[in-house]
Design a protein. Structure first.
Length: 55
């Protein structure tokens, strides 16, 4: 199974250029699920414009 979560994260990270945070991707299923949920959450916040770039 390809590591699609990593690619999704990079895609979101590129869209959220102001954020300088990095998540440690893990092969652990539960952690991967949490990361996926966080990615979706950040994406939806970004899409609605409620996520502001902070320094």
């Amino acid at each position: 199974m390809p590591d699609s979560a990593g690619f999704e994260f990079l895609s979101v990270k590129n869209r959220l250029r102001g954020k300088k945070e990095c998540l440690c991707l893990s092969n652990d299923g539960k952690q991967r699920e949490e990361i996926s949920r966080l990615i979706l959450h950040l994406s939806s916040m970004h899409e609605t414009g409620s996520l502001k770039n902070r320094k």
